[in-house]
Write a protein that binds this ligand. Structure first.
Ligand SMILES: Cc1ncc(COP(=O)(O)O)c(C=O)c1O
Length: 398
């Protein structure tokens, strides 16, 4: 038997993952600064969360390829709360944003064609692209007192095979909101080269500063825009498996017709979740407020400890659940992360998100406050003892 080339992955457990697993199994302390599953972070979802699944209408099977109309109306209501007034005909429901991406790749790309994506970014994109035989071309974001797109980098990366530009707004893990000038530049490129824009807005409702940027579901003149989002972040319910695409712009009807056929081939949405979606979206403020408080509190704690022990630099962040830390690039981050694990704190190396191999760590701000505070103390104490921490402190204090 022969397997497909696209599934020729190295599935061996990495040395880091093994070290983590063994340390946890041995019962040794690990403060987890990578927590990203909101259902495991001590939030109060209310005792009646699952009542929404007991809708009698879910006993009937009457599928619509785009998803139940009432659920698509609930998605439109969510956008109306963001001052974007769409129609259910623009929405297709999926079981995850991953599935939404896959539908869009199949809609827009043939095998071997390309999609551009900013880097650092969400690590799953590589796998999603490979599975749909699409080539993912990364275009680096630039950091200069804040993250920004490299407009010329995008232009240079476009070829005759490019079909779309992907954006994460705000980005994960940089927390960068696409600014109006950046949207203008990208829209210009899309018009000039007949590209679509795919925008992932799962973190849209988690700005850290006032003046958050709006949703791309409002559309960009002359550009086919496909916004993807879903329940995993908006209502902190990744286990419910519900997401969507909302399509705007030229050829929208033709795109929706094709998306309908793709979705009809799978009919992957289940009825109880679709009937429950409206209520969960309506009640989203409860969980969103808790998450925003948590993220702000953990960021404030990180900054408080950093002020006392300035051995790394926290990069500016506008939104989302993560903070990016710059450390002196003296040795591979894999080694630093391993040494930190031995000190009882578990962080992401930046290369996990497409950053260089040395000089970058990423911490999640979502975990319980006490564990987060302990983790940061261990992180800073350890780096303060090392060559790189001492160098960095000298540089910052200069
Ligand atoms: C940018 C981004 N998009 C999507 C997701 C996941 O969404 P879903 O659970 O709907 O696949 C994540 C998860 O961390 C993410 O970071």
């Amino acid at each position: 038997m022969r397997f497909s080339k696209r599934t020729e992955w190295n599935t061996e457990e990495s040395a880091l993952a093994r070290a983590h697993r063994e340390r946890v199994a041995a019962g040794l302390p690990v403060a987890d600064l990578t927590a990203s599953n909101p259902t495991r972070c001590g939030f109060d979802y209310g005792a009646t969360l699952l009542d929404a699944l007991e809708d009698d209408r879910a006993q009937d099977y009457d599928p619509h390829p785009l998803g139940l109309r009432s659920a698509r109306e609930a998605v439109c209501k969510y956008y109306a709360d963001h001052s974007v007034y769409g129609e259910p005909e623009q929405v297709v429901l999926t079981t995850s944003t991953s599935e939404a991406y896959s539908y869009l790749f199949r809609l827009l790309c043939d095998p071997g064609t390309e999609i551009l994506a900013p880097q650092p970014g969400y690590p799953l994109f590589d796998f999603l692209a490979v599975l749909d035989d699409v080539r993912l071309k990364n275009v680096p974001l630039v950091y200069d007192h804040g993250w920004q797109i490299d407009a010329e980098g995008f232009r240079r990366a476009i070829t005759a095979e490019t079909r779309a530009i992907m954006l994460v707004h705000p980005n994960n893990p940089t927390g960068h909101f696409t600014k109006p000038w950046e949207a203008d530049v990208l829209a210009g490129l899309c018009r000039e080269f007949e590209l679509s824009l795919i925008v992932d807005e799962v973190f849209l409702d988690y700005p850290m500063l006032d003046g958050a940027e709006g949703s791309f579901a409002r559309g960009l003149e002359g550009v086919p825009v496909y916004v993807v989002s879903g329940l995993s972040k908006i209502v902190g319910l990744p286990q419910m498996k519900a997401a969507w695409v909302i399509a705007t712009g030229p050829q929208r009807s033709a795109a929706m017709e094709r998306l309908e056929v793709i979705a009809d081939t799978f009919l992957s949405m289940n009825a109880p979740v679709q009937w429950a979606m409206g209520r969960w979206l309506e009640e989203r403020q409860g969980i969103q407020e808790q998450i925003r408080w948590r993220v702000q509190a953990n960021l404030a704690e990180l900054d408080r400890q950093l002020a006392l022990e300035p051995v790394v630099r926290r990069l500016s962040v506008e939104a989302g659940w993560y903070a990016v830390l710059r450390i002196a690039a003296i040795k591979p981050d894999e080694q630093t992360v391993r040494e930190l694990l031995d000190e009882g704190v578990w962080v992401h190396p930046g290369y996990f998100f497409g950053m260089p191999e040395a000089g970058w760590l990423v911490v999640s701000l979502l975990g319980p406050e006490a564990e987060f505070g302990t983790g940061v103390t261990r992180l800073l104490n350890y780096l303060g003892k090392t060559q790189e921490g001492k160098k960095w402190a000298m540089r910052l204090n200069r």
